[in-house]
Ligand binder design. Sequence first.
Ligand SMILES: Nc1ncnc2c1ncn2[C@@H]1O[C@H](COP(=O)(O)OP(=O)(O)O)[C@@H](O)[C@H]1O
Ligand SMILES: [Mg+2]
Length: 377
Amino acid sequence: MRDASLLVVTDDETLVEEINSNLSNDDIRIADTHHVEEMLKEQYSFILLDEWMIESINTQSIPTTSVLIVLMRDRSFENARKWMAMGASELIIIPDELDNLEAVLQKKDRMKRQDINHFNDEYVGLDGAGAVRVFYSAKGGTGKTLIASMVAQNLQIQYGQRVILIDFNVQFGGVEVLFGLDPERSYLDLLPVINELSINHIQNVTVKEENTGIHVLLSPADPEQIELISEELVTRIIRTCRNHFDQVIVDLPAAFNTATFIALHEATHIYYVMNPDSLSVRTLKHSVELFRRYQIGNRDNVSLIINRHNSKSELSEQNIAQFIDLPVSGIIRSDFYGLQPNLNMGKPFYLKKNDKGISKTAQDVKKMVRKSIVKGG
Ligand SMILES: Nc1ncnc2c1ncn2[C@@H]1O[C@H](COP(=O)(O)OP(=O)(O)O)[C@@H](O)[C@H]1O
Ligand SMILES: [Mg+2]
């Protein structure tokens, strides 16, 4: 794969063997308790840190020029947050996710190269692990599904990012219609393999949309299956996708359920999709309170998308700013007639690179992606 050097910090010989067997890289060096400080003085592209070593090393001595990947012994949300805050750019649960390691390193490598080469100015915000962009609003029909789909198409077609779109609704979220897909399989088909979930399992149940190349993971057809959706299922799906794709775009229902809660927690960016009317503002206020109570979005990662804007809109951006203290990522025009051909035929909203988009709505989403998502992170 790459010719990057890699330092594994662990005392666990079995783990070393497993890492060796999972990687094709032969420049792997091992630092155990006695040699850590000395070995950390050298330069490595990657440092894999066993979390059991936390007591034996001074985390300050880890060079910031290396990509830090923490090997976690169990799936703890608390610890995960702690590691991320300490500068980890990726977390891998061992042994479950070890077979993803090669893919993770390749992705990091690719992102680094892209950074250095042509995307340098535009990609400041997309460095590190795959982004998880979650589209939510507590009100139905505001345009979450439409905008999430357009953003996904944009990132893949215009920016060559590897994109997966996940529809975490509990019953036909509408993505299947927008992409003209036959919903045969859904994320619930991953339940039997939840304990050993790998990107291969996910790719077996996704549909690759033929025009855009986007991978789409659909929601189940049957609402009775809602109880089967567990925190673990949602967490594992998102994290596994994150290790493999550059962009994980998540479309949520308006209901505040398990999938919504976990996806919002796992999000690197939350886009609250609202319409410029007072009902939307009232629902948003309620959501802001709910987010606060559940500690969602407290990393300053929530912004608004004001959709269905038109000259007769009840509220302007300024009006909305008076009520709500959140940044606005984009204002998207309403274009009922412009959208119809795409909606009816399940055709993509952008056909090729530099396509400006067939409706006003698609044009505005394209602008938003350029200004607020690619540049702003
Ligand atoms: N900017 C817009 N202009 C015109 N129609 C829109 C716009 N945004 C959304 N719609 C339409 O409104 C309906 C609801 O949108 P959808 O994305 O399914 O909402 P949600 O996922 O929030 O429930 C769909 O028919 C969609 O095509
Ligand atoms: Mg929807």
